[in-house]
Write a protein that binds this ligand. Structure first.
Ligand SMILES: Cc1cc2nc3c(=O)[nH]c(=O)nc-3n(C[C@H](O)[C@H](O)[C@H](O)COP(=O)(O)OP(=O)(O)OC[C@H]3O[C@@H](n4cnc5c(N)ncnc54)[C@H](O)[C@@H]3O)c2cc1C
Length: 388
């Protein structure tokens, strides 16, 4: 039997769930199809939960500003605890080059209304107690950024979407997209067949495979990253910290960590040599490299007890900017893929954009920003974003 919906969202992850939420809020009868056992079990649960509007790409700044507005007021508006912890982001600078890159981004960020500032070394040391002072020049601080629990947010958003009539089917993998006369008609899964005039593709690291099924080349290539979490300690660290130094072991590009709402320190780094693919087995070199990196920045953190580590993927596009777009030639199909290392923070902003694209056929964002999100764009400029 074929069931009919107003919209089908394929993938119940960082962007699929908020997309379903936004579509349900607009009154649509929405179906979410997720191949795993629950929402948020793909790359979403690998995220450390950082939510910042501090970017260099205008679309990311605007989408994440929207996400921040929603997550920072979620408890007051809806009553649920999503693990929101304010405290901002701090990027310390130990070299003139990093200092000038960070300072160079401020005018653009301020033009979009962000209250980010460059603060001196004393202020950075106050924000990050115990940070190594030698060579510390200062850093940028963005007080309105923060953290949210990647385990709580998708579950709570899905619950709200369900209250508005959305349905979730887990263990359902989309195996076929039904396209007729230049328009999407629905999908086939391992369990059944569903029809809808709107289909949102939000399949994260698997997006290129869906592109093959649809006959459109979706340029998403996952590379894997590791993270970890410690036992809780007394709250001492307000901001999420991004250290842009290459690191003492020269295996990492940057390193970031923060203390979450439960007191745990949550951390990860970007490896110098990227691991392309979807391998999720933890590497033995991760923890020793990470520990050296963390202690070189804040020596007192050597006392932390690490509880567990994990590995997940960044679904990368060639230019490091997501694809949030309708597709010429397939009416009713909206892509929300290629979220790179920021899909969790982009989620709610992207969800609202998806609803507008699917229903009105246009972006909410101004054209200058939305052009970078289009599927039909020139990806050849490479990874041009200064803050990824
Ligand atoms: C170590 C690490 C730390 C990170 N930290 C952060 C952070 O602090 N902040 C941040 O914003 N981002 C962070 N990220 C990045 C973030 O996790 C990803 O960008 C984001 O989760 C991608 O969202 P998505 O919805 O595209 O993919 P996913 O969350 O993976 O969702 C896609 C879903 O689609 C499902 N699916 C796939 N194919 C099908 C199919 N055919 N049928 C049905 N279902 C299907 C999958 O099972 C999955 O649940 C981090 C990533 C890693 C690895």
């Amino acid at each position: 039997m074929t069931e009919t919906f107003d919209a089908i969202v394929v993938g119940g992850g960082s962007v699929g769930v908020p997309s379903a939420y936004s579509l349900a809020k607009r009154g649509l009868k929405v179906l979410v199809l997720e191949r795993r056992s629950a929402v948020g079990q793909g790359e979403n649960k690998a995220a450390i939960g950082g939510v910042r509007a501090t970017h260099s790409d205008p679309a990311k700044i605007l989408l994440c500003t929207r996400s921040l507005e929603a997550v920072s007021t979620w408890k007051q508006v809806h009553g649920d605890d999503i693990g929101w912890k304010p405290g901002g982001y701090c990027f310390p600078a130990y070299s003139e080059a990093v200092e000038s890159t960070l300072q160079g981004l401020l005018p653009k960020q301020r033009a979009f209304g962000l209250v980010n500032d460059y603060v001196d070394a004393d202020a950075v040391a106050e924000l990050i107690p115990g940070i190594v002072r030698e060579g510390l020049r200062g850093g940028t601080y963005s007080p309105n950024d923060g953290q949210v629990s990647p385990l709580l947010l998708p579950v709570i958003l899905m619950r709200h979407a369900e209250r508005m009539g959305a349905q979730l089917r887990v263990h359902e993998q989309v195996t076929e997209y039904l396209v007729e006369a230049g328009a999407i008609r629905g999908v086939v899964t391992n369990q059944g067949r569903y029809e809808a005039p709107i289909v949102v593709l939000a399949t994260g690291s698997d997006a290129a495979r869906d592109g093959q099924l649809l006959g459109i080349p979706i340029p998403v290539t996952p590379d894997s990253h590791e993270a970890g979490i410690t036992a809780p300690v007394e709250p001492f660290l307000a901001p999420l910290v991004v250290d842009l130094r290459p690191g003492p072991e020269n295996k990492t590009v940057n390193f970031y960590f923060g203390q979450n709402h439960e007191g745990q320190i949550i951390f990860c780094y970007t490896p110098k040599d990227l691991f392309v693919g979807t391998n999720r087995e933890s590497l033995s070199e991760f923890l020793p490299t990470l520990a050296a990196r963390m202690i070189s920045l804040v020596p007192r953190l050597k006392h932390l007890l690490v509880r567990r580590v994990w590995r997940g993927c960044y679904p990368m596009t060639p230019d490091g900017v997501p694809i949030v777009s309708n597709v010429d030639g397939i009416r009713g199909l909206t892509l929300a893929v290629g979220m790179c290392g920021q899909g969790f923070m982009l989620g709610i902003g992207v969800g609202e954009e998806v609803a507008s694209l699917a229903l009105e056929g246009k972006y909410l964002l101004p054209k200058e920003a939305s052009d970078t999100l289009r599927f039909e764009r020139d990806y050849s400029s490479g990874k041009k974003e200064a803050l990824k």
